[in-house]
Ligand binder design. Structure first.
Ligand SMILES: CC(C)(COP(=O)(O)OP(=O)(O)OC[C@H]1O[C@@H](n2cnc3c(N)ncnc32)[C@H](O)[C@@H]1OP(=O)(O)O)[C@@H](O)C(=O)NCCC(=O)NCCS
Length: 473
């Protein structure tokens, strides 16, 4: 390493933000220069774990709270100051002026597209708006009617991969993704099909005929998604432009968030050389968790349980006693107001105005936020509302069932997953992900024949006598 990464360090929390530029992060050095003193390394902002290893030291970091596993040029996040930028562009500007597909392009290619490039990109994505018939059949016939949509979505994405053997490294060799054209084809296909998969899951679970394809005319990505949800054979559907724009902004806000759990999953799976559909399916699985994208759904269920403003103090007491969790609050990286939450709160009121009714839960949410922000427990831990606190109320107002909220998050986040997939494939330093562990189990001990184990299993639910009897049969 040659020179310092720019470092800012919080005086209270141990969150550190490193912005390391190419010229500052030279991995080419070896030997002498790497064996410098730790103090010198510390000053430079980044200590390579390989250097620690040479000193006979292993870094132990459950949850990777202070471990960088790659360099990236996609998203910059400063949790202390509440800053989020995609490819250098502030999230506030992108949410105000850009569109989801323009953001998806920018995340993947690194620059804003020219008008011509954007039109071509939109056309390429739109070409995949018709899902494969086999996937429609799987969605309609392969699951129970009460299956969680995220389970269906992850399974269908996995199934989707089996339809394209020519894009599968396990079948065609590791080189398949060396071609940029092949990569782009998968990006267009996944981005284009994803909304149709979600729409068909919704339709199947609501007794509507499957949507196999339709003429979207000049509808954009999000308008055609709303159309697919509401489409009725022989009828013209005109999406509400304001609601479509609100949804599009939510997709922009969800598009990337550097190495969150599902994006780390994307990179982790890609590192094994598996096909991109399997990696996306696994990322959907990671996003499903209530501590990650599943929080959108969990927040609404929490608000419905709290029911009234009068119950807030008791609920917050339960949180402080660790009987409850305040969903939609807190973040691994933000120790300040999540900039996305500010934008979403504003959109929520615009959507309520458009649909002509204010959800009483918004008052409850606003009061819950106020009460938490003025409470010492949350202030001390720097817990602020995150992106999921208000987004569920918007989805609800637009008419989505609660269980669908994480699927909507997944549509937006797919853009980020694919950008990280591409960046990982390009990375000259890539390696199969393989964390280490600190082993705390038994030392060496000798195997005991099963009939000789009597007396050593007193605490087990099945006694060795029962085991032995079963064995004799
Ligand atoms: C997002 C989240 C998983 C981050 O977890 P993390 O970075 O590991 O944070 P920690 O669990 O170390 O939290 C630090 C402290 O704040 C508390 N805390 C964090 N989030 C909390 C929440 N939502 N409600 C109550 N307490 C919370 C922890 O209990 C811990 O307290 P302690 O120091 O007394 O033990 C966590 O904040 C959370 O579960 N939030 C709710 C789920 C959610 O909204 N997820 C969406 C994220 S975009």
């Amino acid at each position: 390493m040659t020179a310092a990464g720019r470092k800012r360090k919080s005086s209270v929390m141990s969150v550190q933000v490193y912005e390391v530029r190419d010229s500052q992060y030279d991995r080419g050095d070896t030997g002498e220069r790497r064996s410098g003193a730790f103090e010198e390394k510390k000053e430079k902002g980044v200590v390579e774990a390989g250097w620690l290893r040479k000193q006979g030291v292993l870094s132990y970091d459950p949850g990777y709270t202070n471990t960088a596993c790659c360099t990236s040029r996609i998203t910059y996040l400063d949790g202390e100051r509440g800053i989020l930028r995609y490819r250098g562009y502030p999230i506030e500007q992108l949410a105000g002026k850009s569109s989801f597909l323009e953001v998806a392009y920018t995340l993947y290619y690194g620059e804003l597209p020219t008008e011509q490039d954007l039109r071509l990109y939109e056309t390429n994505v739109a070409a995949h708006r018709t899902p494969h018939n086999d996937l429609v059949k799987i969605i309609s016939n392969g699951f129970r009617s009460d299956a969680h949509p995220m389970g269906v979505l992850a399974s269908t994405m996995m199934a989707m991969g089996t339809l394209y053997p020519e894009a599968n490294p396990a079948l065609r060799g590791n080189h398949v993704y060396e071609s940029h054209k092949v990569r782009e084809k998968q990006v267009f296909r996944i981005l284009g099909t994803m909304p149709l998969l979600v729409a068909n899951i919704y339709r199947s679970q609501n007794g509507l005929a499957p949507m196999v394809g339709f003429d979207t005319g000049d509808m954009n990505f999000t308008e055609s998604f709303l159309c697919a949800l509401n489409w009725v054979e022989g009828k013209q559907y005109k999406p509400n432009k304001k609601l479509a724009r609100a949804m599009d902004v939510l997709f922009v806000l969800h598009a990337d968030h550097e190495l969150n759990c599902s994006t780390a999953t994307m990179r982790q799976l890609t590192s094994s050389g598996v096909d991109v559909y399997t990696s996306v399916a696994a990322s959907i699985g990671a996003l499903y968790g209530p501590l990650h994208g599943g929080a959108t759904e969990a927040v609404l269920k929490m608000l419905e349980r709290i029911k009234s403003v009068d119950n807030i103090p008791a609920f917050l007491d339960a949180v402080k006693n660790r009987e409850e969790k305040l969903m939609g609050f807190g973040h691994r990286v933000y120790r300040n107001y999540d900039p996305r939450a500010k934008i979403i709160k504003k959109i929520a009121y615009e959507v309520f105005e458009e649909v002509g009714q204010v959800d009483p839960l918004i008052d409850l949410a606003t009061e819950l936020e106020r009460a938490a922000l003025t409470d010492e427990y949350f202030a001390k831990r720097k817990l602020y509302p995150n992106v999921d606190f208000y987004s569920g109320l918007i989805y609800k107002a637009i008419g989505f069932p609660t269980e669908f909220f994480p699927c909507l998050f997944a549509i937006g986040r797919t853009a980020g997953w694919l950008a990280h997939w591409n960046e990982f494939l390009e990375d000259p330093e890539k390696k199969i992900a393989r964390p280490m562990q600190l082993y705390k189990g038994h030392g060496k001990r000798d195997y005991i024949e099963v009939f000789s184990r009597w007396g050593k299993r007193r605490n087990s639910r099945i006694s060795s006598r029962v085991l032995a009897r079963r064995f004799k049969k």
